[in-house]
Design a protein around this ligand. Structure first.
Ligand SMILES: NC(=O)c1ccc[n+]([C@@H]2O[C@H](COP(=O)([O-])OP(=O)(O)OC[C@H]3O[C@@H](n4cnc5c(N)ncnc54)[C@H](O)[C@@H]3O)[C@@H](O)[C@H]2O)c1
Length: 338
């Protein structure tokens, strides 16, 4: 399916990923509608394109809001979820935004004869990986309510495809980064970027050998649009990552080098570890204490061969380039001379 002249609803369009998707869709000459409650998203993310969008302020858990925004849409790209706020707490948002919201989006899609729904899922559905790289056949075993919610969304997509013939696809994004990145600090990437620009030491929690597969925003958007255009996916799931892991220690070294400052990189002292509900650095049950050191045993790297083969997804932005572009944006944001 082509995107030009299609009417596309982007839920969560004012957020990090959603705003970039809106930008790309306009370039593809699609008509773009945004539904967002602006809980974590900002109008400033859309400032430069807002004249070309139809923006609805509303909540996906309110069926009437979804029903209003979706009128006449051919495609729905469902990104809405207060991701910038998700942690380990027991917030109702998992049920309200994640479960009821996704159900509403799918129900309204059936009722409005939408041709395709792309659902934002997450690497979090896998839980603690049993092997690397993780392919889509890896067991689903989320350990956070967030991951469980994302899996429920995927299941709804599958059942709506089976029962109502609604064409759906779920994308398991891995660690997306880039300009307009949600500014929460429990991501090593955000933490290192912010601290290095502020001349603060980069603290490594655990032994630094944890692997993460960071996906630059342009690649995540490309994967999302390819999935939107692919017909007859009928509930399929795809990993969307760069397809290459990097250790946290290597990441710190790269960030320091690219920022170009002589920032110190060191292992965190035990008293520097954070344990709050809001922060995932040392999640209970995921780490073990060894010689007074907490080890984060989670390693994530995505196998993207299915997306490559079936969607023609080919991520292009290497981590060095992605960090460089993100640093430029952060410097601009913080008013630091480039
Ligand atoms: N950023 C990542 O690395 C990543 C990784 C895996 C999955 N995801 C998923 O991708 C999607 C987008 O993530 P993001 O990083 O852009 O997050 P974000 O928080 O920047 O964007 C989410 C947007 O949804 C809006 N929103 C939240 N709750 C809503 C509701 N109930 N009704 C209407 N709008 C609502 C927010 O205001 C925001 O604009 C989310 O579903 C997230 O779970 C993101």
């Amino acid at each position: 399916m082509r995107l030009d002249r299609k009417r596309v609803l982007v839920t969560g369009g004012a957020g990090f990923i959603g705003s970039h998707i809106c930008e790309r869709l306009l370039k593809e000459e699609a008509e773009v509608v945004v539904l967002d409650d602006f809980s974590t998203g900002k109008l400033t993310n859309l400032e430069h394109i807002k004249e070309d969008l139809k923006i609805f302020k509303g909540k996906i858990e309110n069926y009437n809001d979804v029903s209003e925004a979706i009128k006449g849409c051919d495609i729905v790209i469902h990104e809405a979820f207060p991701y910038g706020k998700s942690g380990m707490g027991l917030e109702e948002q998992y049920i309200e935004d994640g479960v009821i919201g996704t159900f509403n989006v799918l129900k309204a899609s059936v009722k409005n004869d939408v041709k395709k729904v792309v659902n934002a899922s997450s690497v979090a559905v896998y839980g603690i990986p049993k092997y690397l790289p993780i392919n889509e056949r890896h067991p689903i075993n989320p350990f956070l309510p967030y991951g469980a919610t994302k899996h429920v969304g995927e299941l709804y997509c599958k059942t709506f495809s089976k029962l109502y013939g609604l064409d759906t696809v779920s994308l398991r994004y891995f660690y997306v980064y880039g300009a307009r990145y949600a500014q929460f600090d429990h991501s090593a990437m955000v933490n290192f970027l912010n601290r290095s620009l502020e001349d603060k030491p980069l603290l490594i929690y655990g032994d630094g050998s944890q692997i993460r597969d960071y996906t630059y925003i342009d690649d995540a958007v490309e994967g999302t649009l390819l999935a939107a255009m692919k017909e007859n996916t009928l509930g399929a799931t795809y990993n969307i990552s760069y397809g290459e892991g990097i250790t946290i220690l290597e990441l710190a070294k790269k960030v320091a080098k690219i920022v170009g400052k002589d920032v110190e990189i060191r292992f965190a002292e035990i008293q520097e570890y954070r344990y709050s509900d809001e922060c995932c650095i040392v999640p209970v049950g995921l780490t073990k204490k060894l010689d007074d050191k907490w080890i984060d045993e989670r390693n994530y790297a995505g196998d993207i061969s299915k997306a490559k083969k079936e969607l023609n997804y080919n991520p292009k932005v290497r981590i060095e380039e992605g960090i460089k572009r993100t640093v430029e944006w952060l410097k601009f944001l913080k008013g630091i001379e480039i």
